[in-house]
Write a protein that binds this ligand. Structure first.
Ligand code: UD1
Length: 426
């Protein structure tokens, strides 16, 4: 397995480009492969292991895919399989996105029940409930979800659970509803930028979705969706990660290819902590003209502060003066990185869903372990600010969602080496 060796402290300086949005590409590729009846061309697709995993899932269902540079070609086939097996689904929870489209297109689906993960149990009751509202019969047996409906029928539904709206359930049900008979209204829909990008893609395929970007989506069913061309939006979380990394290294970085509207709460909170953000049409310049000060952050669905930026802001707040708090309201168990940051000299205390961070003046390098994708990102960022060598293991988590992360950071001043963990024996 690979590790990243981060030597610090380093200061980031220069321009860093943002890649296409992972969480947009995944459902868009599913829609192209299952709902479309001709080839789709997706541009600005990041080269990530999650994208490779999804391609394997879609090819297992019978679609053909080809990635050339950052362009992904998807050819749906006439004889789709209706089964997504455990061996593939277990690698990536987002495989659940095939459920709704398969029922809508084939009238039935058999999809392995996704497991929990390092950030909590992550149920799929809202996905199931939404499809049942559309008239599907859904059963869970022996680890598989079986769903069937000769034809889905539009209806009104409320799709928010105890932790708020669900990105995945909104996307799944919206995709299914595009081919349903009549009109579907989803209230309590997720509004994340990637959900809107999926909706725009579906409309370009011939769907009729209104209310994009609002909590109420109205989907008028159509008979067919055709392939189309689409440029995927840039990744707000990757951009936010680079913004936090620029600030934690007290750097001067232009994060290229992002708009303020994609991450309003992250911009607000960075500014409140003392980071200067200078936006223009092409991106944002990030500098740290004054010492960072502690702030309070609560994660919530868009447009509030994203849970996927919680680890990265925690890293930054470790070096802010005074006391900060972070309340995690989206995922039940998403503070594993706190213990790893403490190994680097941070002072973070956990109390259920709340983390209390007492600022320290410096961090020191240590061997640490990435427990999930974003936890991996904060350990790399903290390593760049820390004194000495930080060895981040379980790098495969980072590769799931960051395209060439260390290459991009090294180009602007980081000192990160990727090695095999057998290197020590050499
Ligand atoms: C997506 C993102 C993930 C991000 C999350 C929240 C993708 C591929 N992943 O995950 O990176 O952290 O949004 O922004 O886009 N819930 C239920 N029942 C359900 C579904 C969800 O209770 O049926 C709960 C979840 O456990 C969680 C909350 O709702 O507490 C939000 O989850 P959701 O928005 O569905 O996350 P994902 O779509 O899995």
């Amino acid at each position: 397995m690979e590790q990243l060796i981060v030597n610090g402290p380093t200061r980031l300086e220069g321009t860093i480009p943002v890649s296409g949005c992972k969480n947009a590409v995944l459902p868009i590729a599913v829609a192209a492969a299952i709902l479309g009846d001709s080839v789709s061309v997706l541009r600005n697709v990041p080269d990530l292991t999650d994208v490779a995993t999804l391609r394997a899932v879609l090819e297992g269902l019978g679609a053909a895919t080809k990635l050339k540079g950052s362009t992904l070609y998807i050819q749906p086939v006439n004889h789709l399989e209706y089964e997504a097996p455990y061996e593939l689904v277990r690698k990536m929870r987002a495989s659940i996105y095939v459920l709704g489209p398969l029922v809508a297109k084939l009238g039935r689906a058999k999809v392995s029940f996704p497991g929990g993960c390092a950030i909590g149990p992550r149920p799929i009751d809202l996905h199931i409930r939404g499809l049942e509202h559309l008239g599907a019969q859904v059963q869970v047996q022996q680890g598989y979800i079986y769903a069937q409906a000769p034809r889905l029928v539009g209806t009104e539904m409320y799709l928010t659970g105890q932790y708020g709206p669900s990105v995945g359930a909104t996307a799944n049900v919206m995709m299914a509803a595009t081919l349903a008979e009549g009109t579907t209204v989803i209230r309590g829909a997720a509004r994340e930028p990637h959900v809107s990008d999926l909706a725009r893609f579906l409309n370009a395929m011939g769907a009729n979705i209104e209310g994009i970007g609002t909590p109420m989506l109205t989907i008028h069913g159509v008979k067919h969706l055709r392939g189309t061309e689409h440029t995927v939006i840039s990744d707000d979380i990757e951009a936010g990660t680079f913004m936090a990394a620029a600030a934690i290294t007290k750097g001067d970085v232009y994060v290229k290819g992002i708009t303020a509207a994609q991450l309003p709460a992250v911009s607000d909170k960075l500014t409140e902590a003392g980071v200067a953000l200078d936006w223009d049409d092409g991106g944002v310049r990030v500098t740290t003209p004054r010492p960072l000060s502690g702030i309070d952050v609560t994660t919530s669905p868009f447009p509030e502060f994203p849970t996927d930026m919680q680890a990265q802001i925690m890293g930054l707040l470790c070096l802010a003066s005074g006391t900060s708090t972070i309340t995690e309201k989206v995922h039940t168990d998403r503070f594993i990185h706190a213990a790893e940051l403490n190994r680097m000299g941070a002072n973070i205390a956990l109390d259920g869903r709340r983390a209390v961070i007492h600022g320290v003046s410096s961090l020191s390098g240590a061997p640490v372990m990435a427990s999930d994708l974003r936890a991996g990102a904060v350990l790399v960022a903290a390593g760049m600010a820390a004194m000495g060598e930080t060895v981040v293991s379980r790098v495969y988590h980072i590769d799931r969602g960051y395209e060439s992360m260390e290459k991009k950071l090294n180009r602007i001043g980081a000192n990160i080496l990727r090695v095999n963990d057998s290197w020590e024996e050499m």
